[in-house]
Design a protein around this ligand. Structure first.
Ligand code: FMN
Length: 369
């Protein structure tokens, strides 16, 4: 379908190209698949906006998760525009007083042909895969490709494949799920974002479609019951939340390795840069046929604790979050001045995810100035 207003102001080819670029942009990952973006087109520029109301999650305090997602959108825009023969200029936060105006993206059609980006084909294929992977080691070539995929010196990537590190990081990563099952606020938030059938997911188009969570059969049955906090609270007397953590840790350990991204400061710009780097690594992993899952819940809870304090978390939970964060830094020997903002697991195996999350239609995101 053509965008009627655009047709008047831009030539037909450019209209098609901009629509394609935004179509590619919205394949980006976002926390709970909340897709917190909108695009305002004005001539050959695209203004990217954050929609904070889309993600009121405790995992998105300070909008840090959304900034990472916007970084991934911007990386997709860059790659897609290059594929179509445009030079791209990105200005972050063009209106200093408006933190929701994420970027002003100027496109310039080049008259000479440029090299096609190798990551383009991976944009639509990239997916969060929550299944257990094979735990065979990544080859030096695969590791090199992943590390080299980041061109921005301000974001550091570190990957470990040591068994002892994997065990530690799987346990720390799964603390997120055990804390979630022992905290009414996190529990209720999570379950209110689960879509229970394909029809429901296609209608809502945001949140966690239950089939993407890859729950093993016994857990799948219990999962429906677990949406009732009173039942979970009762089951926790018998160690339920710890058991949930243990099961998740088992899946997380079934990986070749874990990786982290770290940045020097926690400014919105740095989180966006981390998101751009994340997308490049994830697309590179996709091209290499590797499976990939963010294991970042605990890292985003660090900001929930910082900004919400003890209002939402018990002393025991804040201690677990703080110690978990420090353990991640220690395991990767990250300098104390660095901030770890993302963790992921990665691994071999021809293991297709059972389902993919939905997206809104591209037209739903676009306004024409
Ligand atoms: C900032 C951020 C944090 C995320 N954290 C997690 C996580 O801790 N665990 C997880 O399984 N997925 C996580 N995801 C993946 C999203 O849930 C996923 O991108 C979204 O549901 C869309 O699915 P897709 O990646 O398959 O397109 C995260 C994504 C982003 C952008």
């Amino acid at each position: 379908m053509l965008l009627p207003h655009l047709k008047k102001s831009l030539d037909y080819k450019m209209e098609q190209d901009i629509k394609q670029i935004i179509q590619d942009a919205i394949y980006a990952p976002s926390g709970e698949n909340c897709q917190p973006w909108s695009f305002r087109i004005s001539g050959a520029t695209i203004n990217l906006f954050n929609l904070p109301e889309r993600d009121q999650s405790p995992y998105n305090r300070g909008q840090y998760g959304s900034y990472v997602a916007h970084g991934a959108v911007l990386e997709n825009i860059k790659i897609s525009a290059e594929q179509l023969g445009y030079r791209v200029d990105i200005k972050l936060f063009p209106e200093p007083s408006n933190k929701n105006h994420i970027a002003l993206i100027s496109l310039e059609k080049l008259s000479t042909s440029i090299e096609k980006p190798i990551l383009y084909g991976a944009i639509a294929k990239r997916v969060t895969n929550r299944k257990p992977y094979e735990d065979t080691l990544l080859s030096p070539l695969e590791l090199d490709e992943l590390v080299k995929s980041i061109s921005d010196n301000s974001v550091k990537i570190l990957i470990t494949q040591k068994n002892s590190d994997k065990k530690t990081l799987a346990e720390i990563g799964s603390l997120n799920e055990s804390i979630m099952m022992s905290n009414e606020f996190l529990h209720d938030f999570f379950f209110s974002h689960v879509t229970w059938t394909k029809e429901m997911d296609e209608q809502k188009k945001i949140g966690f479609f239950v089939d993407t969570l890859e729950l093993p059969l016994p857990a799948k049955k219990l999962f429906k019951i677990a949406k009732n906090w009173k039942i979970v609270k009762f089951l926790n007397k018998f160690g339920f939340s710890k058991e949930v953590g243990k099961q998740n840790a088992k899946t997380y350990t079934s990986s070749s390795g874990f990786g982290i991204l770290s940045i020097k400061d926690t400014s919105p710009e740095s989180f966006i840069n981390a998101g751009m780097a994340l997308e490049r690594i994830w697309l590179t992993a996709t091209n290499l046929g590797l499976n990939f899952q963010p294991v970042s819940g605990l890292l985003f809870l660090v900001y929930a604790v910082k900004l919400d304090g003890t209002a939402q978390f018990s002393k025991n939970q804040t201690d677990l979050i703080d110690k978990g964060y420090e353990t991640i830094k220690k395991t990767f020997q990250v300098d104390s001045s660095e901030n770890v903002v993302f963790m992921f697991r990665i691994g071999h195996g021809n293991i297709k995810p059972t389902a993919r999350s939905s997206r809104f239609n591209v037209e739903d995101f676009i306004q024409v100035a």
